[in-house]
Design a protein. Structure first.
Length: 693
């Protein structure tokens, strides 16, 4: 968790890159490419090869949930991505700092944070290379440009970028290849001064094989917590040339964020006086902007082979304030990131093969100032990453076997400030990540799978520097060399069964994740107040995930998901309170034992739809000590929505937290032992007007 200003110093701009990757079904695609012209269907199919490589197919031995555009449309009102996914996907928890659906938001999967989740868009990595995290707040209203989202739980299939340690989230953007012109305008108002506007257009250029898509959006809110307002916007533009066997696609994305900081929670005593209390000063602000451009090319060679490659560049820059009266500080971050991804795909008989490579080079400058004009430090983090993977699947009778192996090498180099009094230091890591599985059809509509895989993850910069932003002669003894924190690894066993019937669907998944060298905040506090991250040895997360849908009558659909889990750190020496204590069989922080979602969708008339959704999260610990005085209480939240559709127009009214329960979405424990909480929003209402043209 983030509980101090140095945590913000490790904040990257979200590096949004778009690209093209593998083809899983080249025989089908080549046949479509050979047809006369580029029809809408064949163009769409070819364009979708940009995302299929890292996505699990319906028969892959992977625990996954794919959220389609129809579900996104029903759930989305501009909220940050984690707030949309929670409830739609098993084993996800999320919260924001502001107490609304906007601002800095955080996603956890099976209790593990965003640094352990591989995130891609159109198959290309989004996680910042230094700290392996993505801040969705930098990309306001991203989901308006997303066609679907697939969440893989567990180690999943090989991906590009940071390790799929807890799982992966893969976004597919809306298709560019469309001949007919269409557009959409959304206007929204709501509680806490919330306002949003989003407009999009897509279509083909007459007389050419070119198509374009563009969207621009902006959101503003005062925030539920005191002085926690957010102003954000983004623009997305895609253009593609679609030949019979070739696709050339250019994608750009820009985002801006301005907010008043609220990254520190409030104590129970403060909340009893003022539910909206924010301990940070109203003058402490944050401002970031980012830019991205990507060019991808796909080529089909006959009926069995394909090639795809993408080059992309990202940049981001911004700063935030920190007040330690009477002193005021400003911290600045500025990075650039280049990457290339290429893949060759081949199909022969019952076999499918995919070979790919991804490489990135990255640098980020970190600067600290004592305002108004004193420079405290300027250091730079450099990171290079290259990975190669091979995937093979075999249809052998009724069985479908799947094998996947990835080799990944990464290097982090730290260039200190010229006056730091220390020299450069660097660390290299190499990982071999294998997976194997099988899918078995049991009978019509019933499928089972089993898979086992291993993956490993290097420490992030924030792990190596305990969340601090500058390494120098004054603190180097506290942190030690870069070998102090070892890589984490996990062995993941997944067993699942799915049943599909005309009126109901059910999927059940059992998982057993065994970890070595989990990186956790268990070390002694340093002179700067940071808590050292250390490895805890062995731990496990075991559970059962259920996702179900039932349509008892044509107009009513019932659904929901649930996760029950047992999670333990077997034994470790905890120095976070200053005195070493051996702790055994404690629950890891922010990992609830039980998560459930229940949903009902009712089609009242052809033009009137209503839905209600409830979410329950059991209690969780706020640190790794198992202390009963450091607990996030259980909560239940009930939301509802009504949507009216008339021809090209639609009006959606959403109510959040109908019961107006006083609840906490998350919390943290500072190095001094102070327990703080992030509140969920009070009862709130939002109205969204859509018009298509």
């Amino acid at each position: 968790m983030f509980d101090g200003p140095m945590a913000r110093a490790s904040r990257p701009g979200a590096c949004v890159t778009l690209a093209a990757l593998l083809l899983l079904h080249p025989l089908r695609l080549a046949a479509q490419a050979d047809s006369a012209g580029a029809s809408r269907d064949s163009t769409r199919t070819i364009e979708r090869v940009l995302v299929t490589a890292f996505r699990a197919s319906a028969l892959a031995p992977i625990a996954e949930t794919t959220v389609p555009r129809s579900t996104i449309t029903r759930r989305q009102f501009g909220q940050d991505v984690p707030l949309l996914l929670v409830g739609a996907v098993p084993s996800i928890t999320a919260h924001t700092e502001t107490g609304t659906n906007w601002g800095y938001s955080y996603l956890r999967l099976r209790g593990m944070d965003q640094t352990r989740i591989n995130i891609t868009i159109d198959g290309v990595p989004l996680n910042d290379m230094e700290d392996q995290v993505l801040y969705f707040a930098n990309i306001a209203d991203l989901m308006s440009s997303v066609q679907s989202v697939q969440v893989q739980r567990g180690v999943g299939t090989s991906s590009a970028g940071t390790a799929s340690f807890a799982g992966s989230v893969n976004f597919e953007t809306v298709p560019v290849g469309r001949r007919d012109a269409e557009g959409e305008l959304q206007l929204q108002v709501g509680s806490f001064g919330s306002r949003r506007v989003s407009a999009s257009f897509r279509g083909g250029i007459p007389g050419t094989r070119l198509s374009v898509y563009g969207r621009a959006g902006a959101v503003t809110t005062n925030g539920y917590r005191d002085h926690s307002g957010v102003r954000g916007g983004s623009a997305f533009v895609g253009a593609g040339w679609f030949g019979d066997r070739d696709v050339l696609k250019l994608t750009t994305l820009v985002g801006v964020l301005r907010d008043t900081l609220s990254y520190t929670g409030a104590t129970l005593e403060e909340l009893q006086t003022n539910r909206r209390f924010n301990p940070l000063d109203p003058s402490e602000r944050d401002a970031f902007a980012q830019q991205m451009v990507a060019l991808s090319y796909t080529r089909l060679f006959g009926a069995a082979t394909s090639f795809t490659t993408t080059a992309y560049r990202n940049s981001a820059a911004g700063s935030y304030d920190y007040l330690a009266a009477p002193d005021r500080y400003r911290f600045n971050l500025d990075h650039w990131w280049y990457g290339v991804t290429s893949a060759v795909n081949h199909a022969v008989g019952d076999w499918r093969f995919n070979l790919g490579v991804n490489g990135n080079t990255y640098a980020r400058d970190h600067r600290g100032y004592l305002e108004p004009s004193t420079t405290l430090y300027e250091n730079t983090g450099h990171k290079q990453d290259v990975s190669l993977f091979g995937k093979a699947s075999l249809a052998a009778g009724p069985l479908r076997w799947f094998g996947d192996v990835q080799v990944r090498h990464t290097r982090f180099r730290y260039t200190p400030d010229a006056a730091a009094g220390i020299g450069e230091r660097a660390m290299d890591w190499t990982f071999l990540n294998p997976k194997i599985g099988v899918t078995v059809p049991l009978r019509a509509g019933i499928t089972a799978f089993a898979s086992v895989g291993r993956t490993a993850r290097e420490p992030a910069r924030s792990d190596l520097l305990a969340g601090d932003d500058d390494l120098n002669a004054g603190n180097v003894e506290d942190y030690g060399d870069f070998g102090r924190v070892r890589p984490e690894s996990v062995r993941d066993l997944e067993l699942g069964v799915s049943v599909a019937r005309s009126r109901w669907d059910l999927s059940v998944n059992l998982y057993d994740m065994n970890f070595r060298n989990d990186i956790a905040r268990i070390g002694a506090p340093t002179a700067s107040g940071s808590v050292l991250r250390r490895n805890v040895g062995a731990s496990y997360r075991r559970g059962i995930e259920v996702d179900a849908r039932w349509q008892p009558i044509e107009r009513l659909a019932l659904g929901g998901n649930a996760t029950w889990s047992t999670n333990r750190i077997r034994a470790f020496t905890d120095s976070s309170r200053g005195v070493p204590v051996v702790r055994r069989n404690v629950e890891p922080l922010l990992t609830p034992r039980l998560l459930t979602t229940q949903r009902a969708d009712l089609t009242v008339t052809k033009s009137l739809l209503a839905s209600i959704e409830g979410r329950y999260q059991s209690r969780a610990f706020l640190d790794n000590t198992g202390s009963v005085d450091r607990v996030l209480p259980a909560y239940y939240q009930l939301d509802a929505a009504v949507r009216v559709v008339r021809a090209r127009y639609a009006l959606t009214v959403r109510a959040v937290n109908l019961a107006n329960n006083d609840q906490f979405g998350s919390g943290s424990v500072s190095s001094s032992g102070t327990v703080r909480y992030f509140v969920l929003p009070a009862r709130s209402l939002f109205a969204t007007f859509d018009v298509a043209f």
